[in-house]
Design a protein around this ligand. Sequence first.
Ligand SMILES: Cc1cc2nc3c(=O)[nH]c(=O)nc-3n(C[C@H](O)[C@H](O)[C@H](O)COP(=O)(O)O)c2cc1C
Length: 368
Amino acid sequence: MEEITIPLLTPYKMGKFDLSHRVVLAPLTRQRSFNNIPQPPAVLYYSQRTTKGGLLISEATGVSDTSQGYPNTPGIWTKEQVEAWKPIVDAVHMKGGIFFCQIWHVGRVSNYGFQPNGRAPISCTDKPLKAQLRANGVDVAEFSPPRRLKTEEIYQVVNDFRIAARNAMEVGFDGVEIHGAHGYLLDQFMKDQVNDREDIYGGTLENRCRFPLEVVEAIVNVIGPDKVGIRLSPFANYMESGDSNPEALGLYMAESLNKYGICYCHMVEPRMKTVSEKVECPQSLLPMRKSFNGTFIVAGGYDREDGNRAIDKNHADLVAYGRLFLANPDLPRRFELDAPLNKYNRDTFYTTDPVIGYTDYPFLESST
Ligand SMILES: Cc1cc2nc3c(=O)[nH]c(=O)nc-3n(C[C@H](O)[C@H](O)[C@H](O)COP(=O)(O)O)c2cc1C
């Protein structure tokens, strides 16, 4: 019988990790972590999406008490949060999965209500964000004017990331993904439409990338480069965080990251105009793919066909799937069989229910 190779289902060695396929769970905020503490239903949610040798990236997880900007998102800065993550990570490991924790700081995408003692959110700037419709299309997110970090305060935020990474190791995660995308704190520093600083963290490309690279370096020094990934979205301008020369920014970061020898670089496709809207466009991540020495992960609007094509043409090593994986816990198996997919329900992306829209998406019949 003729064997047909499905590129997405071929094994891949990511540094020291032996992956059995290329279908990665993208980081997905689900807002079910009350009081910033991961809850027991997450054990089932993540373990449903685990395959032996599959890579999972956790939802964005706060590094400190100033890092939050959305209700019920998890953190990893307190002992209680660390303990709450442990059974979730254990469940993924029991099934042979490889689990990276995405760590973030939202910066100015926040308001007084999320901040300790009602203080102003921190950022590279004091330029406020306009109120926005939340991704659920119903609620309006209000942002408070941020406070521009002083030069001498920045190392403290770097340190928060470092401690969060160390905590992730204590939990038992296999690595961390630094969230440098989508208009949050690291992205705010990188993008010239937000960063209006006049110190060594603003102005030139090199200066704007200094803080994100200091975060990378600090984490590499504490947990080792083989356990570090970063997510970037140079082309996106979510949360009013755009850049006048995204190609140069993406390339500069890809090349600079090589110095630290990190495990992977995870880039969001330029076609992702918003977090969920796919628009075909001529820009490409290929130059960044070519200049980065480690594993290159792409994400954004991929289906089975163009995911296979990306791997086949060597445009990426791995493809991360967000909404399709959210709605299809057995996505790699479905891709293997070319089986039909469950449709995702946007209305339950961010609701608090521990089951509905979370752990109740059906698997294929087990007889197949
Ligand atoms: C419900 C939802 C939550 C998301 N949460 C995160 C997140 O926590 N961190 C992140 O980097 N991206 C987040 N994203 C973006 C996804 O990781 C992904 O890049 C995006 O959905 C596009 O990929 P897709 O077309 O495969 O869904 C989220 C997207 C959705 C739909």
